[in-house]
Ligand binder design. Sequence first.
Ligand SMILES: [Zn+2]
Length: 72
Amino acid sequence: MSDETPVCSAKGCRADAVWVLAWNNPKLHTPERRKTWLACDEHREHLSQFLGVRGFLKDVVPLTEWESARTG
Ligand SMILES: [Zn+2]
Protein backbone atom coordinates (compact mmCIF):
# COMPACT_ATOMS: atom_id res chain seq x y z
CA MET A 1 0.00 0.00 0.00
CA SER A 2 1.67 3.17 -1.18
CA ASP A 3 -1.47 5.27 -1.03
CA GLU A 4 -1.92 7.24 2.13
CA THR A 5 -5.43 7.35 3.46
CA PRO A 6 -6.65 10.94 3.27
CA VAL A 7 -7.28 12.34 6.71
CA CYS A 8 -9.69 15.03 7.89
CA SER A 9 -8.26 18.59 7.81
CA ALA A 10 -9.83 19.59 11.12
CA LYS A 11 -7.31 20.36 13.82
CA GLY A 12 -6.37 17.28 15.82
CA CYS A 13 -8.69 15.00 13.89
CA ARG A 14 -7.19 11.81 12.50
CA ALA A 15 -10.38 10.37 11.09
CA ASP A 16 -10.56 9.24 7.48
CA ALA A 17 -11.74 11.97 5.16
CA VAL A 18 -15.10 11.39 3.50
CA TRP A 19 -15.76 14.84 2.07
CA VAL A 20 -13.86 17.33 -0.03
CA LEU A 21 -14.53 21.01 0.54
CA ALA A 22 -13.50 23.04 -2.48
CA TRP A 23 -12.90 26.69 -1.76
CA ASN A 24 -11.41 29.84 -3.15
CA ASN A 25 -10.18 33.02 -1.54
CA PRO A 26 -10.79 35.76 -4.12
CA LYS A 27 -8.09 37.90 -2.53
CA LEU A 28 -5.43 35.25 -3.06
CA HIS A 29 -6.64 33.02 -5.85
CA THR A 30 -7.83 33.36 -9.39
CA PRO A 31 -11.55 32.51 -9.72
CA GLU A 32 -10.95 29.07 -11.27
CA ARG A 33 -8.48 28.01 -8.60
CA ARG A 34 -9.73 25.52 -6.03
CA LYS A 35 -8.13 24.87 -2.70
CA THR A 36 -9.34 21.78 -0.95
CA TRP A 37 -9.90 20.72 2.59
CA LEU A 38 -10.77 17.21 3.58
CA ALA A 39 -13.37 16.44 6.18
CA CYS A 40 -14.73 13.46 8.04
CA ASP A 41 -18.48 13.19 8.57
CA GLU A 42 -18.20 14.84 11.95
CA HIS A 43 -16.31 17.94 10.79
CA ARG A 44 -17.92 18.55 7.43
CA GLU A 45 -20.44 20.95 8.95
CA HIS A 46 -17.86 22.79 11.03
CA LEU A 47 -15.37 23.29 8.22
CA SER A 48 -18.11 24.21 5.73
CA GLN A 49 -19.31 26.90 8.07
CA PHE A 50 -15.82 28.24 8.60
CA LEU A 51 -15.37 28.70 4.86
CA GLY A 52 -19.00 29.63 4.26
CA VAL A 53 -19.08 32.67 6.53
CA ARG A 54 -16.02 34.01 4.72
CA GLY A 55 -17.65 33.45 1.36
CA PHE A 56 -14.89 31.05 0.31
CA LEU A 57 -16.82 27.81 0.02
CA LYS A 58 -17.58 26.68 -3.52
CA ASP A 59 -18.43 23.03 -3.31
CA VAL A 60 -18.75 20.06 -1.00
CA VAL A 61 -18.38 16.70 -2.69
CA PRO A 62 -17.89 13.14 -1.49
CA LEU A 63 -14.22 12.20 -1.67
CA THR A 64 -14.92 9.23 -3.94
CA GLU A 65 -16.72 11.48 -6.39
CA TRP A 66 -13.97 14.08 -6.27
CA GLU A 67 -11.28 11.52 -6.99
CA SER A 68 -13.15 9.84 -9.81
CA ALA A 69 -13.81 13.26 -11.35
CA ARG A 70 -10.08 13.97 -11.27
CA THR A 71 -8.89 10.68 -12.66
CA GLY A 72 -11.71 10.58 -15.22
ZN1 LIG B 1 -12.66 15.26 11.43
